[in-house]
Design a protein around this ligand. Structure first.
Ligand SMILES: Nc1nc2c(ncn2[C@@H]2O[C@H](COP(=O)(O)OP(=O)(O)OP(=O)(O)O)[C@@H](O)[C@H]2O)c(=O)[nH]1
Ligand SMILES: [Mg+2]
Length: 240
C-alpha cells in the first residue's frame, strides 16, 4: 500500500477531484504530472501513484478555500425620530477563510495504449478538469489538442451538464493549457492570440517540466494551478 492509499484509508471521507492529462505522445505529460502531484507528504512517485496497464494515476492533496461570511446582524436605527427601521449591517471583520481538503487524482494515459486521438471512454464522465499539454517546439501538437479533448468533452457534457446544449460554453469543464520545453526555446513566446488557450478562455502555463522548481509555491504558475484546482472543485460541486 502506498503512503497515499494509507492516508486515503484513514481519511476516508476526504473528497476527490479527478483531472485528465491530455496531449500527443512525448509532449511531456508524465513529466508534468510528476510536478503537479509532487508534495511534501508524497515526495516520491511511488508514494503517490497507482498504476494499471492503461493509466498511471498520481495523487496529492489540495486545500480548497472557503469564505465564511458571518451572518448579517440586524440593528435598530432611528433615521428620524418619527420612524424606526431595521437596517442590516455588514460585519466589519474580513470574511474568515477556512479550507477543505480534497484529494486530486491526475490521470495520465500510458503511451503504449493510446491509439487514436479521438477517443470515447466512460471513465471520462468522472473528470472534473482537463490539462491540455503541447510541446512548444511542435505547434502541431497544439492543434491536435482539439482532437484529444473532443471525446472527453462530449462524454462530460452528455453526462454532467446535459441541460447545456453546447459542447463549449462558459460552464464547460475547467481546463488548463500547458506548453512544455520552454528551456529549448531561444526566447519566451509573446502573448499570442489564436492559441488554443485563447480560444478556450483558459489559463496557460509555459514551462520546463524537467525543472523541479517550475511550479514552486508563490510563483505565477503555481497560482494558475491553484485556481484551476479550485475551479475543478467548483465543477465537481455544481455539476456532480
Ligand atoms: N528539455 C525538456 N525536456 C522535456 C520537457 N518535458 C518533457 N521532457 C522530456 O521529453 C521526453 C518525453 O516526456 P514525457 O513526460 O515522458 O512525455 P509523455 O507525454 O508522458 O510521453 P508518452 O507517455 O510517451 O506519451 C522525456 O525524455 C522528458 O524528459 C521539457 O519541458 N523540457
Ligand atoms: Mg507518459
Amino acid at each position: 500500500m502506498t503512503h497515499f492509499q494509507e492516508f486515503q484509508r484513514i481519511e476516508g471521507n476526504v473528497r476527490t477531484v479527478r483531472i485528465l492529462i491530455l496531449g500527443d505522445p512525448g509532449v511531456g505529460k508524465t513529466s508534468l504530472t510528476n510536478l503537479l502531484a509532487n508534495s511534501a507528504i508524497t515526495p516520491t512517485r511511488s508514494s503517490r501513484s497507482v498504476q494499471n496497464s492503461e493509466w498511471t494515476v498520481q495523487a496529492r492533496l489540495h486545500k480548497y478555500p472557503i469564505m465564511e461570511h458571518l451572518p448579517l446582524s440586524p440593528e435598530w436605527t432611528s433615521p428620524s425620530s418619527s420612524e424606526r427601521s431595521i437596517q442590516w449591517k455588514l460585519p466589519r471583520e474580513p470574511p474568515h477563510v477556512s479550507e477543505v481538503i480534497y484529494f486530486v487524482e491526475f490521470y495520465d494515459k500510458n503511451s503504449s495504449i493510446s491509439k487514436s486521438r479521438v477517443d470515447r471512454n466512460p471513465l471520462y464522465n468522472n473528470m472534473d478538469g482537463m490539462v491540455l499539454v503541447y510541446n512548444m517546439q511542435d505547434m502541431q501538437s497544439q492543434d491536435h489538442l482539439h482532437d484529444w479533448m473532443y471525446g472527453p468533452l462530449l462524454e462530460i457534457s452528455q453526462h454532467r451538464h446535459s441541460k447545456h446544449k453546447r459542447l463549449l460554453d462558459r460552464h464547460h469543464v475547467p481546463m488548463l493549457v500547458v506548453g512544455t520545453m520552454l528551456d529549448r526555446l531561444d526566447k519566451r513566446p509573446l502573448r499570442r492570440y489564436g492559441t488554443i488557450a485563447h480560444q478556450l478562455g483558459a489559463e496557460e502555463i509555459l514551462l520546463n517540466c524537467l525543472d523541479p522548481h517550475s511550479l514552486d509555491e508563490k510563483t505565477r504558475n503555481n497560482g494558475k494551478v491553484y485556481n484551476f484546482l479550485n475551479r475543478a472543485v467548483d465543477f465537481k460541486m455544481f455539476m456532480p
